[in-house]
Design a protein around this ligand. Structure first.
Ligand SMILES: O=C(O)C(=O)C[C@]1(C(=O)O)C=C[C@@H](O)C=C1
Length: 257
């Protein structure tokens, strides 16, 4: 898939292949995070145990915001597959702008689920993938760094729902337009759902967690990421959020017809 070539971006097969590749990225990021305990202080807003001058938020928020400011300077958020967690803080790139051909609707950057993604990551995913419940003060910097990578990978995966939605809309304009006009959220939800594809994803994740989640030369060794948790994360969080992105994107799709 090449964002400078719109036809490759709106090909559903290419999109799904990219989603499959992202599974590996997400699993390996989760494995990196699983070496550390939960570290609740990293996520606690304005924690007196970890004071940050002139900042309203958690240590992770501070690190994520500053990382996004730097990344915005090197053009990260010009790319249509990148969605900032702190859209109000990002800056103009120091590199010349790239004029990506428009593949998504003009409002697409307003479809931003990152607050929900951060919330489910902290409240539901961290407790599942961390080594144990507790703090590790000497590792707060490492924890925030890998959290940023986990969040960015999840965000990219979930917001890819916009490309899926656009591809589906263009393939079936009349049917979607009718449902959008009628604000038929349930109808849109049903028509973007492909249970066979979802089942395949979950089956594949089981195998990947078996293979990547343990040292293959020592099956009895410490398991880093279990099939059970990985499937649960995808089934209950990642896929449903992707579908919400798709539905929200489609509901506004006639604005720019
Ligand atoms: O592949 C699709 O058709 C998608 O819409 C993506 C996705 C997913 O999140 O992986 C979401 C909904 C479908 O039920 C199947 C898969």
């Amino acid at each position: 898939m090449d964002f400078l070539k719109p036809a490759t971006v709106l090909d559903l097969k290419n999109i799904r292949d990219e989603l499959v590749r992202m599974e590996d990225t997400i699993i390996f990021k989760f494995i990196e995070r699983s070496h550390f305990p939960t570290c609740p202080t990293v996520y606690s807003k304005n924690d007196p145990k970890l004071p940050i001058r002139d900042f309203d938020g958690s240590f992770l928020d501070w690190a994520l915001m500053h990382s996004e400011i730097t990344h915005s300077r090197i053009r990260r958020f010009e790319s249509p597959d990148q969605t900032p967690f702190f859209p109000d803080s990002i800056q103009e790139p120091i590199l010349p702008s790239i004029q990506y051909p428009r593949v998504l609707a003009s409002y697409s950057s307003e479809i931003n689920f990152n607050d929900s993604i951060k919330d489910v990551y902290i409240k539901q995913i961290i407790p599942m993938i961390s080594k144990y419940d507790g703090e590790s003060w000497e590792n707060f910097g490492s924890v925030a760094t890998i959290d940023i990578e986990c969040l960015q990978s999840l965000s990219r995966r979930i917001h890819f729902g916009k490309f899926v939605a656009e591809a589906k809309f263009q393939a079936d304009r009349a049917v979607y337009s009718k449902m959008i006009q009628e604000k038929d959220i349930e109808g849109i939800y049903q028509s973007i759902t492909n249970s066979a594809v979802e089942e395949k994803i979950l089956e594949r994740l089981c195998v990947k967690a078996e293979v990547y989640g343990v040292d293959p030369t020592n099956k009895e060794g410490h398991r880093k990421i279990t099939p059970e948790y990985l499937v649960k994360i995808y089934k209950e969080l990642v896929i449903p959020l992707t579908k919400q992105v798709e539905v929200d994107y489609l509901l506004r799709r006639l604005e720019c017809e």
